[in-house]
Ligand binder design. Structure first.
Ligand SMILES: *Cc1c(COP(=O)(O)O)cnc(C)c1O
Length: 397
């Protein structure tokens, strides 16, 4: 069984595409999965082939049967708007590669104030040195972004929702303005993945995944993917080629392996995350839950309109409590490990504070803030773990 690379004969539903795309049984001599091709040199059979750069593969950096299989699955997942997919050694490298490919000296860039902090560091620390000016904007700005456009605004970077504070930008409204002004829209779509947010169908030109998170799904790889529509792909493909960005074969394979089970993992993270968020909403220690899939969240209407699901990542604002009480909670919970990243099978908790880096908006939640990732453990066990944590918090007040 195999399907054409352009996706025209793929089954319609994304869950099925995740399973069937990128498989070429004959080329794989009957095996279900492609080999992990460790390769730099590709040999050309004749001088004529060499001169003509003839052949499916030319050099390891430009692609192997393993990267091709992964790109085919990502293309099939993104849908017909996707003209090409680039692979990068981390999510941050995917973001920096996209920005470097699209921007040039003298350009102006608009960046949502809730983006992943290292994305800001890249804009402020490197793009500034190359003569690109960045202006940050309120995530809730919507069509009001028009007022921030300059003659030289070439791109807008958004993240929906921001992965700490969970404000939900209105991407279609922002994209309509950006396109009218001739700018490209780049979306960090890591939280929802293309399974729950069809960003390329909503006006986004370049959609990025930190595949380190849900695509990998097992906390064992660093990886990034960059999907682009027909308008943005030639620029992006050229940037990738000029920069020499590529990814290691074992990580490419693990990203492909992760994609095969993405739909079932994400469905469980979604369900368990919502259940835990509702339970936390009812806790006396919690002032607010920041989760756009919860009714009453300020981003709920946009989430309902633009997304078909949510991941297992959200935040809570605790009622005012001293640091030592919050630390007592963190030190007591056992199933919620303390660590950066998310999207693996395991639950995580991390304190965060956006107030020291936001510039376009003020972050004043009114209490200590924790970000939770709900993993694949039993929800009963997770609740019991947090129960013990809240008891320790109260005891240390
Ligand atoms: C983790 C993350 C990144 C960066 O991914 P790395 O693979 O860690 O470089 C980018 N954006 C978001 C939203 C993330 O959560």
């Amino acid at each position: 069984m195999s399907f054409s690379n352009d996706g025209s004969d793929y089954p319609q539903q994304p869950e099925t595409r995740l399973v069937t795309a990128g498989r070429d049984t004959e080329a794989q001599k009957g095996f279900v999965n492609p080999p992990v091709v460790h390769g730099s040199t590709v040999l050309y059979p004749t001088a004529d082939d060499l001169h003509a750069h003839r052949g499916e593969y030319q050099y390891g950096r430009h692609g192997t049967p393993t990267t091709q299989a992964l790109q085919d699955v990502l293309m099939a997942l993104e849908g017909p708007q996707c003209a090409g997919v680039g692979l990068a050694p981390s999510g941050l490298a995917a973001i920096s590669t996209a920005l470097l490919s699209v921007l040039r000296a003298g350009d102006h860039l608009l960046v949502c104030d809730n983006v992943y902090r290292p994305s800001r560091n890249f804009c402020n620390g490197m793009l500034a040195r190359y003569g690109v000016e960045t202006t940050y904007f309120d995530p809730l700005i919507g069509a009001g972004i028009e007022a921030l456009f300059k003659q030289n605004t070439r791109a807008v970077l958004v993240e929906a929702p921001g992965s700490q504070s969970f404000e939900m930008p209105d991407i279609p409204a922002i994209a309509a303005v950006a396109h009218a002004r001739g700018a490209l829209v780049i979306d960090d779509n890591t939280w929802a993945t293309p399974l729950y947010h069809r960003s390329l169908e909503q006006g986004v030109d370049i959609s990025i995944q930190a595949a380190t998170k849900y695509i990998g799904g097992h906390s064992d790889i660093m990886f990034g993917t960059i999907s682009a529509n027909a308008k943005a792909w030639p620029t992006l493909a050229e940037g990738i080629r000029l920069l020499g960005v590529c990814a290691g074969p074992d990580d490419v394979y693990l990203a492909l392996r992760g994609l095969r089970t993405l739909s079932v993992r994400l469905a469980q993270h979604f369900r368990a995350g919502l259940e835990m968020a509702r339970w936390l909403q009812a806790r006396p220690e919690v002032a607010r839950v920041l989760h756009p899939a919860i009714e009453g969240d300020p981003g709920h209407a946009i989430w309902k309109r633009d997304f078909t699901g949510a991941s297992g990542l959200f935040s809570i604002v605790l009622k005012p409590a001293p640091q030592k009480a919050v630390d007592a909670l963190l030190d007591t919970v056992k199933l919620f490990g303390m660590g950066y990243s998310w999207g693996g099978f395991e639950s995580l908790v991390i304190p965060f504070d956006c107030s020291d880096y936001r510039t376009a908006t003020k972050w004043a939640p009114g209490g200590p803030t924790l970000r939770l990732h709900i993993g694949l453990e039993s929800i009963d066990d997770l609740r019991a773990d947090l129960d013990r944590g809240f008891a320790a918090l109260k005891a240390a007040m």
